[in-house]
Design a protein around this ligand. Structure first.
Ligand code: SF4
Ligand code: SF4
Length: 548
């Protein structure tokens, strides 16, 4: 709200016209509220922690209201969820620091109130009564569900809401029930009703950023996918979501029929037909499909380095832009790697977005044994698509919960992490001098989510490329296939989320953008009209340049 709006609200509620001055408004609020506190018989609070061995309640606030509520009335009632109970003061203080750092990026908030026994201030003629009301309301059931119990670790710091691209757009009234935001989805599943949770769960576009910022490392995207899965089991899947879960079949068909498919995709009438039949927004450009796939190119290829690598190519670099796969192989071979291509299918991440966990699990069940065999043969696994790396390192081990999946996760790397590791061991060959001028760089969500930094940016700098990262801490908006869906809950939201990114990239005034993600590339090209390339493609061109 603006100062003017707050002034209008206060003036209306208090029955006197106030000036639009924050200092005056604060003083009037204090004067008016203080009397309420002084006259109250009962003070009711929540609690951030309840300490079991002393019976103390810890309340964090920024305005001091909790201190007034607990100190002045004759009776206080603290209402807390059973998950707020911690064993002792040391544990409470550890969590307190975590909570404050994650919520406000400060070491301490303005007020930390610890209440134990009745307040002396309130003892006018009799001791203050203190009551503690512990609420279960679904928490025991959540605790008993092995798939959801980790949601109880939530400290309510709010960091997941601050980073969530769709929550930032919609706010808690749309993206929430009683509990708002990303963690509000699994919480609503148990503390309200599964249907209430399922109704706002589709606002999660599975960017993975919330887990990255969560101080408790709660796998929120996985919890949300399970809420979506349960909801679709009860109510069925939307037909557009079913289509998009089948993304790999669709791309396979379009690749096999290219260039006819590309010709049709450029025809407005055909796109309008796809929009009305399948729900694919006609405004969203499709990437060109390629019948000369990477896997076909790789078939007769022989690789002869001394470092064995198994390449997980994923769908886009295989069927749309095989130049990425060829560049990855070229860069690895330049660094004495022997690249093999184990049997594999697409990562299955598009189905995860729509809660089709069975389909994603099937992809994991197919890929993991093949990749594990390569690892047992001495290979490290390299992928060039951030969502594929996310699947290999984080999602598959959770879905399969097997030693094989953990083995694959430990030996999986994105291309640039692997190159950086070689660099740290002094094994990375020098890149010849850069052949391009300054470029913008955008780090995809799943790279940030897995690594918390960009390995690609470091490699680009080592290669002498002046790559300038755009300052932007949320998602570009396309979120896999979400931005392909027709209308407000798809294309429109996707473009609204990306608007700030587009503006910042355009403001940089550079001639091209680099990013590792295929869908971020599609979104940025569409939103800025700038050319967008995979860093591997640029580096491989540099290695091949006749100037070098
Ligand atoms: S995965 Fe991304 S979109 Fe989904 S809740 Fe988390 S931050 Fe929001
Ligand atoms: S889920 Fe994690 S990030 Fe979100 S409010 Fe809870 S503790 Fe904070």
């Amino acid at each position: 709200m603006t100062v003017e709006e707050i002034t209008e609200l206060f003036s209306k509620k208090l029955g006197k016209q106030l000036p639009p001055d924050p200092g005056t408004i604060t003083a009037v609020a204090r004067e008016s509220l203080r009397n309420e506190f002084l006259q109250a018989d009962v003070g009711i609070t929540g609690a951030n922690f309840a300490i079991a061995d002393s019976g103390a309640i810890v309340i964090v606030s920024n305005e001091g209201n909790a201190r007034l509520v607990t100190a002045l009335p004759r009776m206080t009632i603290s209402i807390l969820g059973s998950e707020k109970i911690v064993p002792n003061t040391a544990d409470a203080f550890t969590l307190l620091q975590t909570l404050i750092l994650s919520s406000a990026a400060r070491k301490l908030t303005s007020y930390v109130t610890i209440v134990r026994g009745g307040s002396k201030l309130a003892q006018r003629d009799q001791p203050q009564e203190q009551h503690i009301l512990i609420i279960d309301n679904g928490r025991s059931r959540m605790l008993a569900d092995p798939n959801f119990r980790e949601a109880l670790y939530c400290l309510r710091c709010g960091a997941c809401m601050d980073t969530c691209p769709t929550f930032r757009l919609f706010g808690g009234h749309v993206f929430g029930h009683i509990y708002p935001g990303p963690i509000g989805i699994p919480w609503t599943e148990y503390t309200a009703t599964p249907d209430a949770a399922g109704q706002f769960a589709p606002l999660c576009i599975s960017c993975g950023l919330c887990q990255r910022v969560c101080p408790e490392d709660i796998n929120i995207p996985l919890l949300i996918a399970q809420v979506k899965e349960r909801y679709t089991q009860r109510h069925g899947q939307l037909s557009i979501n079913r289509t998009l879960c089948n993304y790999e079949t669709f791309v396979g068909f379009a690749s096999a029929t290219a260039p006819i498919s590309n010709f049709l995709m450029r025809r407005k009438a055909f796109r309008r037909m796809l929009q009305s039949l399948l729900g694919l927004d006609a405004r969203r450009p499709f990437p060109p499909f390629n019948r000369h796939t990477f896997k076909k190119w790789y078939g007769p290829h022989t690789s002869t380095g001394s470092r064995p690598i198994a390449y997980f190519v994923d769908t886009y670099a295989d069927m749309c832009e095989p130049e990425i796969g060829k560049a990855v192989v070229g860069i690895l071979e330049y660094n004495d790697c022997k690249v093999t291509l184990p049997k594999q299918i697409g990562s299955g991440i598009p189905a995860f977005l729509y809660g089709d966990m069975k389909r994603t699990t099937r992809a994991a069940e197919f890929n993991v044994p093949k990749l594990a065999e390569s690892v047992r043969d001495g290979c490290e696994i390299v992928s060039s698509e951030p969502t594929a790396t996310y699947c290999l390192k984080e999602l598959y081990p959770r879905l399969l919960n097997s030693e094989e999946a953990r083995l694959v996760a430990t030996h999986s790397h994105d291309l640039f992490e692997y190159l950086l590791q070689m660099h740290d061991k002094g094994k990375l060959r020098d890149f010849p001098r850069a052949t391009i001028g300054p470029v913008a760089y955008y780090s995809p969500c799943h790279t940030r989510s897995v690594y918390g930094k960009s390995n690609a940016l470091e490699i680009l700098k080592l290669a002498g490329i002046d790559a300038r990262p755009v300052r932007y801490n949320t998602c570009c908006g396309i979120a896999g296939t979400f931005g392909f869906k027709k209308g407000p809950e798809g294309y429109d939201v996707s473009m609204a989320i990306g608007e700030t990114l587009f503006e910042r990239l355009k403001t940089l005034g550079l001639s091209q953008v680099l990013t590792e993600s295929s869908v971020c590339k599609m979104q940025i090209e569409h939103g800025t009209s700038l050319p967008v390339n995979h860093p591997a493609v640029v580096l491989w061109k540099q290695l091949q340049s006749p100037r070098n």
